[in-house]
Write a protein that binds this ligand. Sequence first.
Ligand code: ATP
Ligand code: MG
Length: 211
Amino acid sequence: MKKGVFITVEGPEGAGKTTIIGMLADELEKEGHKVLKTREPGGIEIGEQIRKVILDKNNTAMDPRTEALLYAAARRQHLVEKVKPALESGMIVFCDRFIDSSLAYQGYARGLGIEEVFSINRFAIEEMMPELTFYFDIEPELGFKRIKQHKGREVNRLDLETMEFHQKVREGYLLLMERFPKRIYKIDASRTIEEVCKESKAKVKQLLDTK
Ligand SMILES: Nc1ncnc2c1ncn2[C@@H]1O[C@H](COP(=O)(O)OP(=O)(O)OP(=O)(O)O)[C@@H](O)[C@H]1O
Ligand SMILES: [Mg+2]
């Protein structure tokens, strides 16, 4: 069986995750690699349905653990239906946010506990952990500034109110790097798009060379 490469990209809003995944995918495809870009729930019907339940404004009674379980359930389905077949066919899979987002946001910043959230996610993903995870590190203020400047989206009251929350998310990611030093590779995402892309690409190439 051919075996692909599973890479996830993490970091706060506006860090450049989607931009860089797009550039890496384009460059790698030009070099002849088969690449899948995805993000949860990734158009998978069951995952989309689960997401509707999570985001439904009427579900005000939703308990944080229920929410974490639903995210894990959607993750499982996306993994089984989309990521796994791509890996089995030998593709390079880039997933825009994955398990570490749950660990940093729900586990750490929301206070559910990194270990608790990890245990349900371990059940959900079994052995299918990414081989490499990029953590795009950036001051949350700069990330929001980029979103405002480039996407034309106003930084809303909620974004500002939760700047402290986003600082906690960053702390969470830094704790995860200590816990998974081999898997998570930190990139200084405050630099130019070209610099970030160059470093990310070099790291992916290094991984491909070990295959
Ligand atoms: N290194 C960079 N320097 C300056 N601007 C950047 C950089 N990387 C991305 N941008 C711009 O910042 C905006 C946010 O980037 P992008 O959407 O890729 O971030 P993201 O991490 O995917 O955010 P989100 O979590 O909201 O999906 C985009 O308009 C993009 O063009
Ligand atoms: Mg994005």
